[in-house]
Write a protein that binds this ligand. Structure first.
Ligand code: BEZ
Ligand code: FE
Length: 289
């Protein structure tokens, strides 16, 4: 093309990609270029603004390392991670939501009925639920949960040298009827890192960095798609302003104050629980592979 204009540039981009070997790569990259071109036309983006964006991306690379990925955070804060989650949630399944950066492989095994609270600071919380086939509602034998959350001070174990290794991280094998129960403490709201270019974007938008409290869960069962999600207590002040857009209606769980009768006999911490404590109940629906 010898006469590139604002009007024909997007078509030129697609034509130049005519020899792409992989049709999906061509589709995705041409769509990306189309929307970026439209964005520049719509906003009449200035050189200074585009250079500012490129410098922010450069700083994102510079600030990222094995422990921190500013690109993923930028995707989270832009709502792109949430949208990828939502367009990939099968209709019958529980909504998927952010994996986040604090998942640890090889969490310690926790027996069904086990205890993550272990008398630590915070409000004791009994979590009970079932993993089911999202289409039929049938209980799923062989279901497994990978669980993690922050401590009462708002920090995950990897962020806080004072916590034992993999504190509040666990792998729980559910009962044959897909049911599970464990005790923990009520998770706390916390801020995502805002000292880098992603935080600069929040400040430009007049937004804050808070996430509502949540329990992270990966639920798996043989023959079913793994569900990566989060469960949010319904009384959190940040439910309507989650910095990473992770909240969905089916992930918000009502917490109830209950007494000892609510605790099943096999609960390891049954005798240590106070007179009244919090209960969260949930059903995790998985979709077939
Ligand atoms: C989290 O939920 O752990 C998380 C998600 C996105 C950014 C930072 C933290
Ligand atoms: Fe989290």
């Amino acid at each position: 093309m010898r006469d590139v204009t604002p009007e024909n540039l997007t078509a030129a981009f697609a034509a130049y990609a005519a020899n792409a070997k992989d049709a999906r790569s061509r589709e995705v990259l041409c769509a990306l270029a189309k929307h970026l071109h439209a964005f520049v036309r719509e906003t009449r983006l200035t050189h200074a603004e585009w250079m500012g964006a490129l410098m922010a991306l450069t700083r994102e690379g510079q600030i990222s390392d094995d422990a921190r990925n500013e690109f993923i955070l930028f995707s989270d804060l832009l709502g792109v991670s949430a949208l990828v989650d939502m367009v990939n949630t099968p209709p019958a399944a529980t909504s998927c939501s952010n994996l986040g950066p604090f998942h640890q492989r090889g969490a310690p095994a926790l027996p069904n009925g086990g205890d993550l609270w272990r008398g630590q600071a915070g409000e004791p919380l009994l979590v009970m639920g079932r993993v089911v086939d999202g289409t039929t509602g049938a209980a799923l034998a062989g279901a497994r949960l990978d669980l993690w959350q922050n401590a009462d001070n708002g920090f995950y174990a990897v962020q806080d040298a004072a916590q034992p290794d993999k504190n509040y991280h666990a792998l729980l094998a559910c009962a044959d009827d897909g049911s599970f129960a464990f005790t923990t403490t009520k998770p706390k709201p916390y801020t995502v890192p805002y000292d880098g270019p992603a935080g600069d974007m929040l400040r430009l938008l007049g937004r804050d960095a808070w996430r509502p409290a949540h329990l992270h869960v990966i639920a798996e069962a043989p023959g079913f798609r793994p569900l990566v999600t989060e469960i949010f207590p319904d009384d959190d002040p940040y439910l309507d302003s989650d910095a990473v857009f992770g909240v969905r209606a089916d992930l918000v769980v009502k917490l109830r104050q209950v007494g000892p009768d609510a605790a099943p006999d096999f609960l390891a911490a049954r005798a240590a629980l106070p007179e009244t404590f919090l209960l969260a109940e949930m059903v995790l629906r998985l979709a077939r592979e």
